[in-house]
Design a protein. Structure first.
Length: 374
């Protein structure tokens, strides 16, 4: 204990074999372990890591690598980080334009970066830093941006792909081609299941069935809800219009796949400009991508974005537009919120779904201006 009352913890410079890759090869002042039982076998660390979504894990690693580089340049210790180091770094980011955009990070991105620093400390077996100061920096930054109505102070949302929007996008899809049949099935099934890109990417041909209980009603889609970590059987019903019917679209696509000899395995496959199914991809002379041809989440988002662009639809279109569009359309149609939540795989009390409810309220007769007499 120092004279000023602060506690001193013994520390040693270590080269920990379990540190994240961005930390390996560097010596860091890491508090010495005092609890002899505070360790995990490698397989348990892998199990814990498997509980973090790959996209989140990749983002955290990128954030942390940039943080470590800044610490080296600023002459600060990256691990274990002092609270002042994190606050200094976040303050630096609010004033530093990013090369790609020419503008500093948004407040929501800074929140993620703080979480990245803490998470990667934990992954290295190091006590995460206290971040109250850093979060106050973000709060002040968000307030400054809000005063001038800077878009970075607002949540970055995708545009909802409502049924009318989907109809417009589908009107320019060439559904005589294998790629067009795939894109139509992806758009309509993604909407009907309120599916995230990772959930669509994980579907197999075997995931779509017509058991006796849904025959004549539609199809059954079995998908894994990544966020809530549960399997779900979603009943997709026939649509009222043939062009926007998800059941007809997926049946047509499955028949086209069968004609190509693809009757099992990944459902949504990459297709090249010549219509070849699951062509190999090479980069630098090495084959990359899923060898089975399964589409990536980025490729699925590209289908949504390019389809909307072809129909000259303004907005911000990504794969999440399908999920957002389903929620908004269902709530505008006065579908039961509980059934909507269950169908779309939202957790009970989901803040995301509540946000869609607020958006939908302004579009139908729940808007207070509907019968106010103007």
């Amino acid at each position: 204990m120092n004279e000023d009352g602060t506690e001193v913890m013994e520390a040693e410079l270590v080269e920990d074999e379990h540190l994240p890759a961005v930390l390996k090869g560097r010596a860091h002042a890491v508090p010495a372990r005092r609890d002899p039982d505070a360790w995990l076998p490698a397989e348990v660390e892998e199990d814990i890591g498997a509980g973090i979504a790959e996209s989140t894990d990749d983002a955290y690693k990128r954030d942390f690598a940039e943080y470590v580089t800044w610490c080296q340049e600023a002459g600060r210790r990256s691990v274990p980080a002092a609270p002042q180091t994190v606050a200094h770094y976040i303050s630096h980011l609010t004033r530093t334009p990013r090369p790609r955009t020419g503008r500093p990070y948004s407040p929501s991105s800074l929140d993620r970066i703080i979480a990245s620093i803490r998470t990667m400390h934990s992954a290295a077996g190091v006590q995460p830093p206290e971040t109250k100061g850093a979060r106050k920096v973000v709060a002040g930054y968000r307030r400054r941006l809000s005063v001038v109505d800077d878009a970075r102070a607002r949540p970055l949302k995708t545009s909802p792909a409502l049924p009318s929007v989907l109809a417009s996008a589908l009107s320019v899809v060439d559904r005589t081609t294998l790629k067009g049949k795939r894109d139509a099935a992806l758009l309509l099934l993604g909407f009907a299941c309120a599916a995230r890109a990772v959930e669509l990417a994980g579907l197999n041909v075997e995931s779509v069935t017509e058991p006796e209980e849904v025959r004549g009603v539609g199809v059954r889609v079995r998908l894994y809800r990544k966020k809530v970590k549960k399997w779900q059987n979603v009943t997709v019903k026939f649509g009222k219009q043939a062009d926007t019917c998800p059941v007809l679209a997926i049946r047509t696509y499955l028949e086209a796949l069968a004609a190509e000899g693809h009757t099992s395995g990944p459902l949504f496959l990459r297709i090249d400009r010549w219509g070849h199914l699951a062509p190999p991809i090479y980069r630098g002379g090495r084959q990359v991508g899923d060898p089975t041809g399964r589409m990536t989440t980025d490729a699925i988002s590209d289908v949504v974005e390019l389809s909307m662009a072809a129909a000259d639809m303004g907005g911000r279109w990504r794969s999440h537009s399908l999920r957002r569009g389903f929620a908004t359309a269902a709530l505008v149609a006065k579908a039961d919120p509980i059934h909507t939540s269950r169908h779309g795989g939202w957790a009970d009390g989901s803040k995301a779904l509540h946000g869609y409810v607020q958006d939908a309220d302004g579009l139908d007769d729940r808007n207070p201006l509907t019968d106010i007499g103007l």
